[in-house]
Write a protein that binds this ligand. Structure first.
Ligand SMILES: [Zn+2]
Length: 483
C-alpha cells in the first residue's frame, strides 16, 4: 500500500518482502511501525452492485482506492433457477418459512418467521464481501477507524430533525438537502399523479401555496412533477381538488350524451374508460390531505436499508465505526467537483479531505466470483441435467480459480511460461486464462500454485483524475507566480 516506485525500491534493496501477490501487498522487514505507528481509516460507500472503498492514512491522504463488485444479481438468478424439493411437486411439502412475524413456536413450524437480522442471500453476500475486505485490510495495515455511509434518511420514521432545525435552514446546503430529503421521502414520485403524467422532472412543491400564506417549512413541502405543479398553480389542495372534481363531472356528462345518440357499440365504451390523469390526481390529493404518501414502499429499498444497518453492526467488531448519511456524501463530492465514481464517493463519506492527495495512480477493482457451485452438474434451461461434473473440485491438488505459473518445456505445443487463472480438467490438462488469451491443454505437471483461489478476481484501472489534474496544474501556476 505504498507508491509503486517506493515498493520497487524497497523490494530491490531487500528491505521488504512480498506478502501477497493478488492484490500485491509487501511487508517491511524492519518494523518501523513500532516507533512511528501509522493509523488508517477506511471509508465505505456501500452500493447494491458496487461498493466503493477508500483507505486513508492519518494525514487524510488516499493510500488505496478499491471498487468491490458484488454478485447479488448472479445469486438471485441462481436462486430463481434452483429447483428445490418443494418445487419438485411430488407431494405436498410444508413451506420452510412463513410470512407471519409472530413469535417462533417451533423450530420446524411452517409459519416460523425468519430469524432476526435475516437478509436475502443476494443482499447478504454483499455484506459478507465487505466484511471479508475489512478483515483483509486489517491484516495489511493498522486499521482503526471505519466510516460507513448508511441510508440517506431513516426511512422508517422518515422525519428529519436535523433538517427541521432553524439554523439548518439557513445553511449553504439548505435547499439542496431539503430537496434530497423530499425526493427520498416520496421515493422520487410525483405526489399528485404518481408518475402517470410521464413527466420526468420533479420539483419541490408548496402544498399550501406561498401566495396564500403558505410557509417554507418542510412539513408544507412535497414533490410534484412539472406538469402537476403547473396545473395546480396558485391554488390550495382543497381548491384544486374541487376544481378537478367539477371538471371531471362535466366531462362525464358530455361523454354520456354522444354514446346514447349515435348508438355505437356500448360494450366498447364501457370497457374503455381508463382512469384519466385527473381522476388519479383527485385520488392522490385525497391521500396527501390525509397525510399519506403516494407510491407503495419498495421492498427492495427496505432490504437495502436493512443491509446497511446490518453492515454497521458488523463493522463495529473491527474498529471505531462512524456513520454518515448519503446526501452528505453527494454534497461533498459535488462541492469538491469530483466525477461520479464509487471510489470518490467513498472518499467523500462524512467529510471530504480538505486537500485531496492521492498517492495511488490506480484503482483496485475486485470482482466477487464465488467459489464454484455446490451442484455438480450442468442443467439446460428446462432444468434437465445434461452433464455431470466430478464429485470433487480438486484435480491433482489444483482447483479452478487458482493462480498458477506454468513453465512448459520447448518440446511441447504449449511451450513458454504462463501465469494466470487455471480451469481444471479431470484429464490433468488445464486451461490457463492469461490477461490477453487462454492457453489450453497445459499438463498439471508443469503448474505451480502462486495463490489459492479466494473467491475474487482482481484488475486495475486508472484513477479518473480529470478534475484533479486541472486543479494541480492550477496550483502549480499559482506557486510559480507567487515568488
Ligand atoms: Zn405529476
Amino acid at each position: 500500500m505504498a507508491k509503486e516506485s517506493e515498493a520497487r525500491w524497497l523490494l530491490n534493496h531487500g528491505k521488504a518482502a512480498v506478502f501477497r501477490t493478488y492484490p500485491f501487498v509487501i511487508i517491511l522487514k524492519e518494523d518501523k511501525q513500532e516507533k512511528h505507528p501509522e493509523y488508517y481509516t477506511l471509508k465505505i460507500d456501500p452500493g447494491a452492485k458496487t461498493t466503493g472503498l477508500a483507505l486513508l492514512d492519518s494525514k487524510g491522504r488516499v493510500v488505496q482506492f478499491m471498487e468491490l463488485e458484488h454478485r447479488c444479481q448472479h445469486i438471485k438468478k441462481l436462486l430463481d433457477t434452483r429447483r428445490n424439493r418443494r418445487q419438485r411437486e411430488t407431494r405436498y411439502r410444508k413451506p420452510k418459512w412463513g410470512n407471519k412475524t409472530q413469535k417462533k413456536t417451533s423450530k420446524f413450524c411452517a409459519d416460523t418467521p425468519r430469524p432476526e437480522g435475516w437478509l436475502p442471500p443476494s443482499v447478504k453476500s454483499s455484506v459478507d464481501n465487505i466484511e471479508t475486505w475489512i478483515r483483509r485490510i486489517q491484516k495489511y495495515c493498522r486499521l482503526t477507524d471505519i466510516v460507513i455511509e448508511t441510508v440517506s434518511f431513516d426511512t422508517q420514521k422518515m422525519d428529519a430533525p436535523e433538517i427541521q432545525g432553524k439554523e439548518y435552514q439557513q445553511g449553504e446546503l439548505c435547499g439542496y438537502e431539503i430537496r434530497e430529503y423530499l425526493l427520498e421521502k416520496y421515493q422520487h414520485k410525483c405526489q399528485y399523479c404518481g408518475g402517470a403524467s410521464g413527466e420526468p422532472v420533479l420539483e419541490v412543491e408548496h402544498k399550501h401555496p406561498k401566495g396564500q400564506g403558505g410557509t417554507d417549512k418542510v412539513s408544507n413541502l412535497t414533490v410534484a412533477c412539472h406538469k402537476c405543479n403547473q396545473a395546480k398553480g396558485n391554488r390550495t389542495l382543497e381548491q384544486w381538488e374541487e376544481e378537478l372534481q367539477t371538471k371531471e363531472a362535466a366531462k362525464a356528462e358530455r361523454q354520456k350524451e354522444p354514446v346514447g345518440q349515435t348508438g355505437k357499440n356500448p360494450k366498447q365504451a364501457e370497457e374503455k374508460p381508463k382512469e384519466t390523469l385527473n381522476q388519479i390526481r383527485i385520488e392522490n390529493i385525497g391521500k396527501v390531505l390525509k397525510g399519506q404518501t403516494v407510491g407503495a414502499s419498495n421492498r427492495y429499498c427496505a432490504w437495502v436499508n436493512a443491509s446497511r444497518w446490518n453492515l454497521f453492526n458488523m463493522a463495529k467488531r473491527y474498529g471505531n465505526v462512524e456513520i454518515s448519511r448519503g446526501h452528505i456524501t453527494k454534497a461533498n463530492r459535488i462541492k469538491a467537483k469530483l466525477p461520479k465514481e464509487h471510489y470518490y464517493d467513498a472518499m467523500c463519506v462524512k467529510k471530504a479531505p480538505e486537500d485531496i492527495v492521492i498517492l495511488t495512480p490506480s484503482v483496485l477493482c475486485i470482482h466477487a466470483t464465488g467459489r464454484g457451485s455446490h451442484f455438480r452438474g450442468r442443467a439446460n434451461e428446462c432444468g434437465i441435467i445434461t452433464k455431470n461434473l466430478p464429485r470433487t473440485k480438486f484435480v491433482h491438488g489444483f482447483q479452478t480459480g487458482d493462480i498458477v505459473k506454468a513453465v512448459v518445456p520447448d518440446k511441447y505445443k504449449t511451450k513458454g511460461t504462463h501465469v494466470g487463472k487455471v480451469a481444471v480438467r479431470t484429464s490433468g490438462f488445464f486451461n490457463i486464462q492469461k490477461k490477453e488469451s487462454t492457453v489450453q491443454g497445459v499438463s498439471w505437471k508443469f503448474c505451480q500454485t502462486l495463490q489459492k483461489a479466494d473467491g475474487y478476481s482482481y484488475a486495475f484501472k486508472d484513477v479518473n483524475n480529470e478534475r484533479l489534474q486541472t486543479t494541480q496544474t492550477a496550483k502549480k501556476g499559482e506557486e510559480e507566480n507567487r515568488p
